[in-house]
Design a protein around this ligand. Structure first.
Ligand code: HEC
Ligand code: HEC
Length: 410
């Protein structure tokens, strides 16, 4: 492993020292094993698997992966990894970032909606952090512009990690003597909130998972994916790439834009929510400001409209990236769709009609066989290092499809 020995040693001691129960110790150890398995052969600073050196340097510049003041190096990345698994960053010391972004669950949490401190339900489904560094905005509504800016969100969010202030977070980190040395080394000073956010960002930028069978297929290896997945790709090209493109500039199957695809409309009265929220938003009411309202209150369903205050964006969310998507059920910003089959059914039926729905969402008329093919294509987007997890996810999702969609059914 390329990580320096003293960092590894600190990693083991500092992370395990604060685990209250044996059970979470096991799960942290298991998460670490998975992470070690995923680490590229020459360490996290190396060009990730499946990516050419020149492609990687292009991504690094295009996506600002080495920002001024936070150029990645082994100390910053290692420090970020420690912080990522450290439950001291939550008010009651029960949650770390990894609780909701667990390597065992594709860096998400396998829940409909996340559970924060004191058993509180978060307002949205936890997205994966795989390839987070290749996104142009963060959160389902895109309200954070950089990973550095994003990090304060969950730590200070009362329903997630619930820390009362930045100063309180810094005090927590300063409790740990090992951190003082590491922060000094990484950022040249005692722990500061800004540097905690920076280190977390540096670590998350290493989570690059672009090495899928589909990429091999695209590169010319015709049998890298099944004939079903190949047929599924053709259907995907026809119906989905207007919002989920894939190319050098957009490697994650997302246009980075915000669309209403009819999610959450069966269970919420958006008309009423909008009528209530807009006057507050326009008046700058703190209860309706972005970082309190959409995560704490019911207004979260308004989506991008809460950020831009533009009514036509009610119910619009960022186009979800689709790489490794098989590993992160359930789906959509509210976790309302259990499997990828449910997702395709949703699109096939033309979404849930509402006055703000994107006009591109129309009834598709796909047969059961075609639905299976699109799903097979989506399962080909998982990084090869996670092939075993992908298989397990396929079996688990398949079992939940009701009525069973088999090729014989149509
Ligand atoms: C209680 C569960 C929970 C914890 C703990 C948590 N997150 Fe999240 N995370 C979420 C949820 C839910 C969202 C989506 C929120 C939204 O879009 O409004 C999210 C979104 C994100 C995103 C945006 C990803 C994207 O695709 O836009 C990043 C990055 C992230 N979290 C990193 C972190 C980091 C770093 C930590 C630790 C400091 C952390 N999270 C702790 C649940 C959690
Ligand atoms: C009009 C733009 C648009 C089109 C067309 C579109 N999508 Fe999406 N897709 C989105 C948006 C936006 C989201 C997130 C919606 C939400 O959570 O409310 C999403 C979410 C998803 C998700 C869930 C990912 C996750 O992590 O939860 C999958 C899977 C998906 N789309 C696949 C497809 C497929 C397959 C097609 C073609 C049949 C398609 N999409 C067509 C915009 C689009």
């Amino acid at each position: 492993m390329a990580r320096t020995w003293w960092l590894s040693a600190l990693l083991v001691t500092a992370v395990s020292a604060q685990e209250p129960e044996a059970i979470s110790r096991t799960s942290t150890a298991e998460m670490m094993r998975i992470l070690n398995r995923l680490e590229p052969k020459d360490g996290w600073e190396a060009t990730p698997p499946g990516v050419a050196d020149d492609q990687w340097s292009y991504y690094r510049s295009q996506f600002g992966m080495a920002p001024e003041g936070n150029k990645p190096d082994v100390t910053r990345i290692g420090l970020g990894q420690l912080l990522f698994f450290d439950k001291r960053l939550s008010r009651d010391r029960t949650l770390s970032c990894a609780t909701c972004h667990d390597p065992k669950h594709g860096f998400a949490d396998a829940r409909v909606k996340s559970i924060g401190i004191n058993g509180q339900l978060a307002a949205r489904n936890a997205p994966t952090l795989m390839n987070a560094g290749l996104q142009r905005s963060f959160f389902w509504d895109g309200r954070a512009k950089t990973l550095e800016a994003q990090a304060a969100g969950p730590i200070l969010n009362p329903t997630e990690m619930g820390m009362p202030s930045r100063a309180a977070v810094v005090a927590r980190v300063r409790e740990v003597p090992e951190y003082a040395a590491l922060f000094e080394f990484a950022y040249g000073r005692a722990p500061e909130f800004e540097d905690i956010a920076r280190a977390l960002a540096a670590f998350q930028r290493t989570l690059v998972f672009l090495d899928s069978p589909f990429d091999e297929y695209r590169a010319g290896k015709k049998d890298a994916i099944s004939p079903d997945a190949q047929a599924g790709f053709e259907l995907f090209r026809k119906h989905c790439t207007s919002c989920h493109p894939v190319n050098l500039r957009q490697p994650l199957f997302s246009d980075g834009n915000f669309h209403n695809v009819g999610i959450g409309f069966a269970t919420n009265d958006h008309q009423n929510l909008a009528r209530e929220a807009f006057p507050k938003l326009r008046a700058g009411d703190r209860d309706a400001s972005i970082d309190t309202s959409e995560v704490v209150s019911k207004y979260g369903e308004l989506g991008r409209a809460l950020v831009t205050k533009l009514e036509y964006q009610v119910g619009a969310f960022r186009t979800a990236p689709l790489r490794n998507v098989a590993l992160t059920a359930p789906y959509m910003h509210d976790g309302s769709l259990e499997t990828l089959w449910d997702v395709i059914d949703h699109y096939n039926e033309g979404g849930t009609k509402n006055s703000w729905q994107d006009p591109q969402i129309i009834i598709l008329g796909l047969s059961n066989i075609e639905i299976d093919q699109v799903v097979a294509f989506l399962f080909s987007l998982t990084d090869k290092r996670l092939a075993a997890e992908n298989q397990r996810a396929y079996k688990a999702q398949r079992l939940r499809v009701t009525p069973p969609k088999t090729k014989a059914a149509k």
